[in-house]
Design a protein around this ligand. Structure first.
Ligand SMILES: CC(C)(COP(=O)(O)OP(=O)(O)OC[C@H]1O[C@@H](n2cnc3c(N)ncnc32)[C@H](O)[C@@H]1OP(=O)(O)O)[C@@H](O)C(=O)NCCC(=O)NCCS
Length: 165
């Protein structure tokens, strides 16, 4: 479902897909092959929401004024508020990322992690806990997990979701 806020409507690449139950409201941009899954809410009423190419925003996520780069997985139930997630990251299920935080490219944020406001995570980090702390550098296995997740959703999206139109 798309909504216009203060004259700003979602802008979606023709290949982007979203569930009918997802909400795209206001200044929201979906790039090529991006997918937004059941029950997710993307509200761009202040700074906008952008989702990069090949990224997936899974079920029941909430994105408010957040920037998500390319080839990113945002797991079920994640909250991204006023933050930036750079390319090739995986944000694990039910993680929360607060205002002005930046998740550096190629990082893995473990399920359930809380990234506090203004935190800058260096590229290639594994972050865990409440509050989230860098526990390690991403391994080859982590990088494979990040890539596999993106590829899995690039396969699933055309099977399950309509193009946004
Ligand atoms: C982080 C993750 C990838 C595991 O990484 P890993 O390097 O294999 O870590 P391990 O399982 O070997 O555990 C290493 C340590 O991290 C801890 N740990 C693992 N996952 C954790 C989490 N989500 N939160 C806090 N600590 C965690 C383990 O308890 C262990 O602690 P210890 O060293 O004190 O014993 C996995 O737990 C995870 O969160 N995956 C996200 C999956 C997801 O949400 N995908 C998107 C939706 S499909």
């Amino acid at each position: 479902m798309k909504y216009t806020i203060k004259g700003k409507s979602p802008q979606c690449h023709p290949t982007a897909r979203a569930a009918d139950s997802a909400v795209l409201a206001g200044s929201v941009t979906l790039a090529e092959n991006a997918s937004v899954w059941y029950g997710a809410v993307l509200r761009g009423d202040i700074g906008g929401v952008s989702v990069g190419a090949n990224s997936n925003i899974q079920d029941n996520c909430v994105l408010h004024n957040a920037r998500v780069g390319a080839s990113v997985t945002v797991g079920h139930g994640v909250v991204l508020d006023g933050c930036t997630v750079e390319d090739n990251c995986l944000i694990g299920m039910h993680a929360t990322v607060l205002s002005r935080a930046v998740i550096g490219a190629g990082s893995l944020v473990a399920a359930g992690t809380l990234i506090t406001a203004d935190t800058v995570i260096p590229p290639g980090s594994v972050v865990m806990g409440v509050p989230g702390k860098v526990r390690a550098a991403v391994s080859d296995a982590h990088l494979a997990m990040i890539a596999d997740s993106v590829n899995e959703y690039l396969t699933l999206a055309p099977e399950e979701l309509p193009v946004v139109g």
